[in-house]
Unconditional design. Structure first.
Length: 72
């Protein structure tokens, strides 16, 4: 199965940490100060490195990194 941004469900932001879930129930977390996507809200377990499109990483960069990871 090939994933797209439409397969991610944005769950919102808590204390600066953004959360996406896949339709299968896997959660991914990102904070603007992190250069990675984490598998838990603390950010201590990096799962995916983000490749920013500009000088600062955006929420859109984070979502794109999740989709790229899921399609590996």
């Amino acid at each position: 199965m090939k994933y797209s941004l439409g397969d991610l469900v944005y769950q919102g932001e808590t204390s600066g940490v953004h959360n996406w879930d896949t339709l299968a129930g896997t959660s991914f977390y990102w904070h603007p100060d992190w250069l990675h996507i984490a598998e838990n809200m603390t950010g201590h377990t990096p799962a995916i490195t983000i490749e920013p499109t500009k000088s600062a990483t955006t929420k859109e960069d984070a979502a794109a990194a999740i989709v790229k990871h899921l399609n590996k």
